[in-house]
Design a protein around this ligand. Structure first.
Ligand code: NAP
Ligand code: MG
Length: 401
């Protein structure tokens, strides 16, 4: 008998190889076992184009209403993609749109499997990255100046008041200038999201910045983190977790030397860069999960990788592929476990955990896609094709249920 999932889940379909995997997962690992109320939004590039991207906004609003979403990787079009798919325009990144509607923070957590040793051999537990997803260089203004001149920072208070003018630099020749900002509200909700996530995962919270150099800008972040963590210090203590502020360069060194097992809160750019380093350090992008958490507790789960376009082109040529579906499967198990937790339906949580175990045991038994075969220890002699891997998981799962 199918397990009933009490409340709805928002499903967002995607593009290319990720979409192909997505459909296998539903057909072989979910639909045979679950009775789900799915609110389906097709975020495939064609349908986004047809709806003038309204479908992305509708999906994000549905997550706001329903609380839980799960998303397949999607194309963020560039000029080449506009030609390839004959698009009306270069639509914005769906993840960016959803993130700004939910005002969320993205947490990336690797899946650890015994026979897939991380490149950093000391890492035994996940290094989770929380990336602040607003402002800094991602909302900057900048220009190259070709002539000598004076660059200044000018602040004009609303409703009059004295202007504040600070000299940036007197240029004697060519140069480059940038202005960037952040807001207290955004940093505070980032700090709160990190605190909530650290509490729910029972891991220490680290925050690193360069406040020795940037006393005001980075110092502003440090102070807000200090205030917000101070408010929850009793909760942290009773959960046995700690908050640690470090200089960003020290944080990098300490993370590499550690066993893992912390949430590393990063400013926007640090999170962008460090999440790729951590993903590579743990093995494959195919093992990296991602969840967007809003300050009011809405969750959107996905794989951290993209549409795996090179594999898709092989697939279109009729060639076999070996694309790792694990992160996409864990997007679903993450969403289902959270749904079950919020609905108070242990059978659903249990299904999610059982599916995760089936995936991990399959890999431990030497059945894995090529990306993992290349780094597996002990070595395995052959890799599974995309569908073969999912079939092996399905077989193991049905034996367990
Ligand atoms: P990608 O799809 O993550 O793939 C980059 C490379 O990483 C692949 O070519 C493959 O290496 C390896 N890889 C990633 N996921 C894998 C998996 N599941 N199994 C096996 N290998 C995997 O990134 P991309 O090629 O830069 O981007 C492709 C498209 O995805 C772009 O249109 C981009 O806009 C979009 N994208 C979407 C999201 C999202 O929706 N969240 C995120 C990132 C990118 P090999 O080729 O060496 O096998
Ligand atoms: Mg990056």
């Amino acid at each position: 008998m199918a397990i009933k999932v009490k409340n709805p889940i928002v499903e967002m379909d995607g593009d290319e190889m990720a979409r192909i995997i997505w459909h296998f997962i539903k057909e072989k690992l979910l639909n045979p076992f679950l009775d789900m109320d799915i609110r389906y939004y097709d975020l495939g590039i064609k349908h986004r184009d047809e709806t003038d991207d309204k479908v992305t906004v509708d999906a994000a609003n549905a997550i706001r209403e329903i609380g839980i979403g799960v998303k397949c990787a999607t194309i963020t079009p560039n000029a080449a993609r506009v030609r390839e798919y004959n698009l009306k325009q270069q639509w914005k990144s769906p993840n960016g749109t959803i993130r700004s509607i939910l005002d969320g923070t993205v947490f990336r957590k690797p899946i650890i499997i015994k026979n897939i040793p991380p490149a950093v051999s000391k890492w035994k537990k996940p290094v989770i990255i929380g990336r602040h997803a607003y402002g800094d260089i991602y909302k900057n203004v900048e220009f190259v100046t070709d002539t000598p001149g004076k660059a200044e920072l000018v602040f004009t208070p609303d409703g009059g008041g004295e202007k504040k003018i600070i000299k940036i630099h007197d240029f004697k020749g060519r140069g480059v200038v940038m202005g960037m900002h952040n807001t207290e509200a955004s940093i505070r909700s980032f700090a709160k999201a990190c605190i909530n996530y650290a509490l729910s995962e029972k891991v220490d919270l680290w925050f690193g910045a360069k406040d020795t150099i940037s006393k005001q800008y980075h110092g502003f972040f440090r102070d807000i983190f200090a205030e917000e963590t101070e408010k929850v210090k009793d909760k942290f203590r009773s959960s046995g977790i700690n908050y640690r502020y470090l200089l960003i360069d020290d944080a990098v060194a300490q993370v590499i030397k550690s066993e893992g097992g912390m949430l590393w809160a990063c400013m926007n750019y640090d999170g962008d860069v460090m999440s790729d380093m951590v993903a590579t350090g743990f093995g494959s992008l195919g093992l990296m999960t991602s969840v967007l958490v809003s300050p009011d507790g809405k969750y959107e789960y996905e794989a951290a990788h993209g549409t795996v376009v090179r594999h898709y082109y092989e697939h279109l040529k009729g060639n076999p592929t070996s694309t790792n579906s694990i992160a996409s499967i864990f997007a679903w198990t993450g969403a289902l476990a959270k749904r079950g937790e919020l609905d108070n339906t242990p059978a659903v949580v249990n299904f999610a955990k059982t599916l995760e175990t089936a995936v991990i045991e399959t890999v431990k038994n030497g059945i894995m896609t090529k990306d993992l075969m290349l780094i597996a220890e002990p070595k395995v002699s052959k890799y599974a094709l995309t569908e073969e891997f999912i079939d092996a998981v399905a077989e193991r799962l049905s034996k367990k249920l």
